[in-house]
Design a protein around this ligand. Structure first.
Ligand code: SF4
Length: 460
């Protein structure tokens, strides 16, 4: 028993978090910055923070993640890190030659009160930012929010800095992506191509964190949203944000500064969320839905119908980030599964409302919680009280899955003990097929493992 100290009895906790179902804001800020072409993320804090953020991303994506740090020492921790950041900006532009440095703060620099905005202005005034190069900054203290809000804050910083409104309206939409895999961003671009909707996808980590082996190291891979694309976002017809937690701030900022109206919809996971996304895309891009998309939907429905007997009534526990698990829970309910336990470490009032909307009629027994005390310990306690047939979440779920002998599907961030997540999309109808395949594989493996010999089926 790896988690032998987990007890069945759930006690109300106000302060303690045990095995959080989230990670820290700068990890998200770093991931968002990597989705911008020629951008070097910069962590304003200690070397330890930067190493952790880089290694969290490197382990998940199995790609080297480049980032710089202000390398706080005891002195900067007491007197502030302005001198370190000024020096860092000068050195980075000279040695590593990025087009943009995306600076995010850390717990330490926020606690001592470093004002990133003021330091970046000072760097510009002192000529440390060469002509045609840029420094963007976002506040990401980790004692609030999570990696998802850090991602959202950096996204907002990019559009605030770059988007420009001119007199020329462009026949394009802004697609602000929530935190999804490089393969998912590739899938979003494929869908938009099929739909014939011209768009700017921000950020875009495809061809950045899923690059082919060429034998040559590229500090700045060919992928990522370009500066010109970000500038043009101010003239787009509309913004479409995928995921309230990660994209709403950026969408509001574009509306406030450039008068680009916006709509926030879910990340297209499963049937209903993809339906809403496709409809929103068709409306924003003023196009009709092509036959190819309808066929993809039909294929997904067909597979679910064929395999419904294996999915029906299965009790599921899910943990992860709100933007990702809200549509996933809806998808599970659509397949007649029962998501009974749901936790998300990311705070936000809308989570409970959305869960109630989705679950109150179809799965009234469901328990759900988000915020700091919605941790893996609580999820394990719930499972101990009344077991489930399936667990869905990131790598950290493997301890619970092993202790309780539950089939486990890895989805979310981070996944550090398997591959595939960054190469095979789980978005759209095609991605829905991948989710169904993953779920069915573990459920059927379990059935093969435990059934009586006379019930052991060749054809399932
Ligand atoms: S100190 Fe704060 S910013 Fe640094 S790794 Fe820890 S939680 Fe993240």
């Amino acid at each position: 028993m790896l988690l032998k100290h987990t007890t069945k009895e759930v006690r109300e906790r106000k302060a303690l978090t045990v095995n959080p179902a989230k990670t820290c804001q700068p990890v998200g800020a770093m991931y968002a910055a990597l989705g911008v072409h020629g951008c070097l993320p910069h962590s304003h804090g200690s070397q330890g923070c930067c190493s952790y953020h880089r290694s969290a991303l490197t382990r998940h994506y199995k790609e080297p993640v480049m980032a710089a740090t202000s390398s706080f020492t005891e002195g900067s921790s007491v007197f502030g890190g302005q001198a370190n950041l000024l020096q860092a900006i000068e050195t980075i532009f000279t040695v590593y030659e990025p087009e943009i440095i995306a600076v995010h703060s850390t717990c330490l620099s926020e606690t001592i009160g470093d004002d990133l905005n003021q330091i970046v202005i000072k760097a510009r005034d002192e000529g440390k930012v060469p002509f045609g190069k840029y420094v963007v900054q976002a506040a990401t203290p980790s004692y609030v929010g999570s990696h998802v809000t850090g991602y959202g804050n950096m996204l907002e910083a990019f559009v605030k800095y770059f988007a420009e409104k001119t007199d020329e309206k462009r026949r394009q939409i802004n697609l602000l992506s929530g935190w999804v895999e490089p393969a998912d961003m590739r899938e979003l671009k494929r869908i938009m191509k099929v739909m014939k909707v011209k768009s700017v996808l921000l950020p875009d980590t495809s061809d950045v964190l899923d690059t082919p082996m060429t034998g040559k190291f590229e500090m700045y891979p060919k992928g990522g949203t370009t500066i010109a694309e970000m500038v043009s976002m101010g003239d787009s017809m509309q913004s479409l944000g995928l995921g309230e937690w990660a994209t709403e701030k950026a969408a509001i900022s574009l509306d406030n500064t450039c008068k680009v109206p916006f709509e926030i919809t879910d990340i297209p996971v499963g049937i209903k969320a993809t339906d809403r996304f496709i409809q929103a895309l068709a409306k924003a891009g003023r196009v009709s839905i092509p036959e190819q998309i309808s066929e993809e939907r039909g294929r997904l429905i067909d597979v679910i119908t064929d395999m419904h007997q294996y999915l029906y009534g299965k009790r599921v526990a899910v943990f992860g980030d709100p933007d990702n698990i809200i549509p996933l829970i809806e998808f599970l309910v659509d397949m007649d599964m029962k998501p009974v336990y749901i936790v998300s470490g990311t705070p936000g009032k809308r989570f409970e409302e959305r869960m109630t909307e989705i679950l109150s009629e179809r799965v009234p027994e469901a328990k759900y919680k988000n915020g700091p005390q919605a941790d893996m310990f609580l999820m394990h306690q719930w499972i101990k009280e009344n077991p489930v047939d399936l667990l869905i979440g990131n790598t950290y779920g493997k301890y619970i899955a092993r202790d309780e002998n539950i089939p486990f599907v890895r989805m979310g961030f981070p996944i550090v003990d398997r591959i595939g997540h960054s190469y095979f999309s789980t978005l759209g109808y095609m991605g829905g097929l991948r989710i169904v395949e993953k779920i069915l594989s573990v459920l059927m493996d379990k059935q093969d493992e435990i059934c009586l010999e006379e019930k052991f089926e060749l054809v399932m």
